[in-house]
Structures are given as structure tokens and as C-alpha cells.
Design a binder for this molecule. Sequence first.
Ligand SMILES: Cc1ncc(COP(=O)(O)O)c(C=O)c1O
Length: 486
Amino acid sequence: MTCPFLQREPDTDATDQSNMRASLHGTADPAAADGRQDNRRRGRKPGSASGDRTSSGAEILAEQHRHLFDCVKPLYDEPLAIASGSGCRVTDYDGRQYLDAFAGILTTSLGHCHPAVVAAIQEQATRVGHLSTLYVNDRQVEAARALAEIAPGDLSRTFFLNSGTEAIETALATARLHTGRSEIIALRQAYHGRTSMAAALTGHAPWRVLPSTVTGITHALSPYPYRAPFGDASDEELVEIYARDLIEVIETTTNGRPAAFIAETIQGVGGYIVPPRGYFQRMAEIIHSYGGLFIADEVQAGFGRTGTHWFGIEHWDVVPDIMVMAKGIAGGMPVGAVTATSEIAGSWRGKTISTFGGNPVCMAAMVATLGVMHAEDVRTRARDRGAQLRRSLDDLGARHPWIGDVRGMGLMQAVELVEDPATKQPAPRLAGMLLNAARDEGLLVGIGGLHGHVIRLGPSLLISNDEMEEVTVKLSRACAAVEAAR
Ligand SMILES: Cc1ncc(COP(=O)(O)O)c(C=O)c1O
């Protein structure tokens, strides 16, 4: 059986894209402007999002099983095949629409197919689509300058890569070259990527599929107030516990001369674990006192996601020595970035290249994304829409005893599910039920936590008041379904 997916033309479902194409190519055809032209070309019924692809979701899945690694594993047991997206909505191959509150793992920061990002990609692709870091291009320089303008402190020099994982590797190598040391302290419950070194930094058994052969990495306690090892404590007491642990880790599991301490400002895959007030100030102080650097992983928390500030670490009023970014940086295009001070960046004197790093099309998408982020004031939007979401999650938490904790910042909000609030036994069973119940309501959310027991939300930073209202109504209905079935 032929799979339409393998033969299809570039996806043009979104009305935004049709409009964009019309304006870019001067098409005056009103059918093109409202999307009808694409549907006609594919033999679709006007207004139908999937038309003749009605049965192709299953076919695509069968093809996926045949041709992709099994470990390329979809989120749902009954996988969701998505044909198109526009703003906060995606449409599956059966024409069903979903409100996307997870944004491709917090990555389509301006929603799907934002017209300005699409236009920038199209324009750059017709100019020059690929160069490698062997050549200089205005888009890469512009992107780096735009980043330097919003990065905290003196972080002004950037290396662009293809993914968060690659940026993590680059940050670690830079720290090692700068300090002349090698040992790194990461956190339990952290997630930093999928290469050998990034997986070795990761503090989650399920994401460390192979036994680590990387040496020189140790893990300190996760700053996880809900599961603090010594029961209830104030922020100050918790910070002191985590500080003492970091000192002990340095003094007992390293040679006392660490190259760096690396941490996500909010542990994303860990289930949006927010460290207590004062935490990063103290951790940075400690690692500096031992001569090491502080690397902030802003892959999930960066670019306005946490509200008010551009980067999560700014909530703690700390300037990291090196910052790692990816995900929402370029509106969905693959960009990883490491930013450091001139002095630290200058420590890398040996040869290195990246074939796709700084790719002009991706850089154009990033410049456009940051432009929209400024114009739309995403920091304020994330703060306000995040507060709206949080009120609703707190309300759900008060109604359902199996919601053990509600936490997050800005548009990075989660609920941790437990079998019993007294024992706090993680409830992956209930999280799976809620994930599916939300899907049934037409709402996409994410999952996280060490046991897969945390439901995570991270929608587009441009989500509207009404769309957020819809998220909360759908989630509330999904919670009611779990309550009835548990
Ligand atoms: C905090 C954090 N760092 C690094 C990574 C790795 O990024 P990528 O998947 O782009 O390699 C991730 C991915 O989820 C992440 O959440």
C-alpha cells in the first residue's frame, strides 16, 4: 500500500501558510488565500483538514513501524499522527483538531507555523540554504547579536549547534578547556540530552539506557521541595541542605577541583522541579569558591517561557558563566546555542566545526522568532497566561487529592500525581489516564517526572486568554474523567 505521507507535497494545510505563500509570490487567487486551493489540489473537500488522507494516520503508523527504530516512540499508546499545525492548534490525519498545550516539548514557542517565522524560512531558503561554520553569513551574526542583547551579564559570544544535546556537549568542553579541569557536578532528576556525555549528566535511570562509560561526572541532590529528603522545611533550610550536599559531593566524589556545576533552572523532564528561593545564588557561590564554572541549562526555561524574564536563571538573579539554549529559540527550527563571556568562549583554541551549526535558514528563523518575541512581549504574556493557568491548576489540586503538587513558573506549569497524598507514592497510572483523557477532550499535554507521573503543560507563549480558558476547561473535564475512573 502506498503511503500518502511519502509522496506528499510540502505541507500547506495552515491557512496562515497559504496566505503567506500568496503574499510572497503575489498570488491574487482568493482560493489560495483561504486554503481552498491546497485542498482542491489534493482532491480534498473544501474545509476538510485531512480530506483524502482520512485513513492515512494508520498507514503512516504502519510505515513508521516498518522504517523507523522502535525507540522512536510516540507519546501515546495509540499514537497520534499530526498532519498540520497553526498557532495553538494541530490537526491529525483524520481531521481532528487539538489544542496544543505542549508545543512539541516547549519548542514551537510562537505556535505552529507562525507567519513571520515561515516567511523568514522561505526567504532565506531561496537566498542560501546551507553554508557550515566554515563561512560567514549575516543571519548567524544577527542571531548571535540578538542573543547577546537579551542574555544576562556579559554573556556575549555564541556557538550555534543543531540541538540541545550538542550545545550541552559544547558547554562542557568549553568549561573543561577554560578551567583545565574535567570533573562535572550535575543534579539528580536532571535531563541534559542523549549523547554519551549528556546521558551521563542526566539523573533519570529510564533515560540512561546504556550503562555510562563516561567518567568524571557526579550528581548532587535535586532541589525538589515536594520530595525534600528531610520532610518539610523553609526555603532557607532547604537551600542549606542542598548547599551542604553540593559541598560534600565536591569534597567526597571529586578531586576537589571541579570544572563546573551544571543545572537546569527548572528541571523540565524531571517534572518542572522549581528550586527554592536563594538556591542558585548559593550553588553559584559554592562552585565558584572551588574554582569551577556555573553552567545554566536554559533549554526548556529560556526565551520568556518562565514569565517576566528572558531566562529562568534571572528569577534567581544569578549570571551563569555559560548558558545553554535550544527548543524555543527558533520557533521550532533545530538550533542549539551556547553563550559565554568573551574570556570563557576564547578558551576554545583548537579546531572545531559544525556542518549544520549556524545554518542560515535556522538562523533566519531564530532572528524572526526573537523579533516576534520582542514585539509581542512574550515575557509579560507568559507571566499573565501562566498565572491564569496556575489558578486553574491550583483549583484542580484542591478538588482532586491525587494531585499531590502543583508547580512551575510562567507557561511552564505541572501537576504531580500521587496515589495517596500522605505517602506521596508516584502515580504513573493516573498520569497515563489523564494524558489520554486530555487527548479525548482535544487537548495535548506532556508527561514527565522520574516515574512518568507528572503532567506538564508548556503551550505557545502567544496563547490567548480564550485559548487558555479552553485549556483549563478541557483539563478540568479530563480530571473529572480520571476521578470517575480511578
Ligand atoms: C533541559 C534540557 N537540556 C537538554 C536537552 C537536549 O535537547 P535536544 O533534545 O534538543 O538534544 C533537553 C531535551 O529535552 C532538555 O530538556
